[in-house]
Design a protein around this ligand. Structure first.
Ligand SMILES: [Zn+2]
Ligand SMILES: [Zn+2]
Length: 334
């Protein structure tokens, strides 16, 4: 399924099977989860995607072919994989390993980074080619469909969660896929979770409580206790000052999304006493490895709705209008 232009439906196309170069793997896609970022790209809110583009950056698949020859980058990892291995492919698709960010363990901020399903082709297709250095080995306990949402919602959620440090009382604004995954990790680690949904979303609040949240309410409610940290997954800038006011001294608000509407102004007193606001951009391979190590121990459970690949537009439309009961996962024809 190919995006030819922003704000247009994806189109079904027969494209040639991509060829892996040295250092790359050709992977047969078995499942690809849909992420909110995909919507931001389709809706033209993320600028300058590769066009035409195959979306998708939460990919589970099997190695079909290994690129031959010496890889241009020094750390070629193709030798670690063999044909048939199950691997996971995330958002971070390539870095230069060389800029000031890469050399200081911040490859997520690499100046020349390329992203799967945004600036390189992704997993809304039958095959994808990736740089072997950026894919993950996957825990065996999970099937392909359940693994797919862990590869962005889970990993990016985990990076957001880690930014809250040792916050004991953790607020989560926007209780969608990423929130549900990371709330399970937080509860496993003994944190108290306070869930904020759309004010009228009683079903969402009930679901959060069932998952183990200590409190659940609307995003316009104040939590019963001051929070040590809050993660905002909803792409709504107005929530930033709201979350800030719910924090105890020294607390942190982490904006976990790639796109957000403008943040309204707020009094300095709300930031005073060493409160912090920060964003999370992309992921490092270490975030992914840590999350995949902890997820089966929790164990983190995913809720999914399966769509055939050619119904990607339906999945995107239903995601946009909030009509999904789990993460949409696309499956190519067998
Ligand atoms: Zn994503
Ligand atoms: Zn770099």
């Amino acid at each position: 399924m190919v995006l030819e232009k922003a704000r247009q439906p994806l189109v079904l196309r027969d494209v040639p099977k991509p060829k892996p170069k040295a250092g790359q793997l050709l992977v047969r896609v078995s499942a690809c989860a849909v992420c909110r970022t995909d919507l931001h790209i389709v809706d033209g809110e993320l600028l300058n995607p590769k066009l035409p583009l195959i979306l998708g950056h939460q990919i589970v698949g099997r190695v079909e072919k290994i690129g031959e020859g010496p890889a241009p980058e020094s750390a070629d990892r193709t030798s670690e994989f063999k044909i048939g291995d199950r691997i996971g492919i995330p958002w971070l698709g390539w870095t230069d390993s060389d800029c000031v960010y890469c050399r200081s363990n911040r490859e997520n901020l690499c100046d020349r980074a390329r992203f799967t399903g945004y600036t390189i082709d992704g997993g809304y297709g039958e095959f994808v080619v990736i740089d072997a250095r950026f894919c993950f080995r996957l825990p065996e306990q999970y099937n392909d469909v359940d693994l797919a949402p862990l590869l962005c919602a889970g990993m990016l959620g985990y990076r957001s969660y880690r930014k809250t440090g040792d916050a004991r009382r953790l607020g989560i604004y926007g209780f969608g896929n990423a929130a549900r995954l990371i709330a399970q990790v937080a509860l496993y680690q003994g944190r108290e979770v306070f869930a904020f949904t759309r004010p009228s979303d009683k079903a969402g609040q009930e679901a959060a409580k069932k998952l183990g949240a200590k409190w659940a309410g609307g995003s316009d409610d104040m939590p019963p206790e001051k929070l040590d940290g809050a993660i905002i997954f909803a792409p709504v800038g107005q929530l930033v000052p709201v979350a800030l006011r719910s924090l105890a001294k020294g607390g942190i608000v982490v904006c976990g999304g790639i796109h957000m509407s403008d943040i309204p102004s707020f009094p300095y007193a709300d930031l005073w006493e060493e409160r912090t606001i920060c964003s999370v951009a992309n992921l490092t391979r270490r975030d992914g490895e840590e999350f995949l190590e902890i997820a089966p121990r929790v164990p983190v459970r995913t809720e999914t709705e399966i769509f055939p690949l050619e119904e990607a537009n339906t999945a995107l439309n239903r995601f946009r209008s909030g009509q999904l009961n789990g993460t949409a996962v696309l499956m190519p024809p067998r």
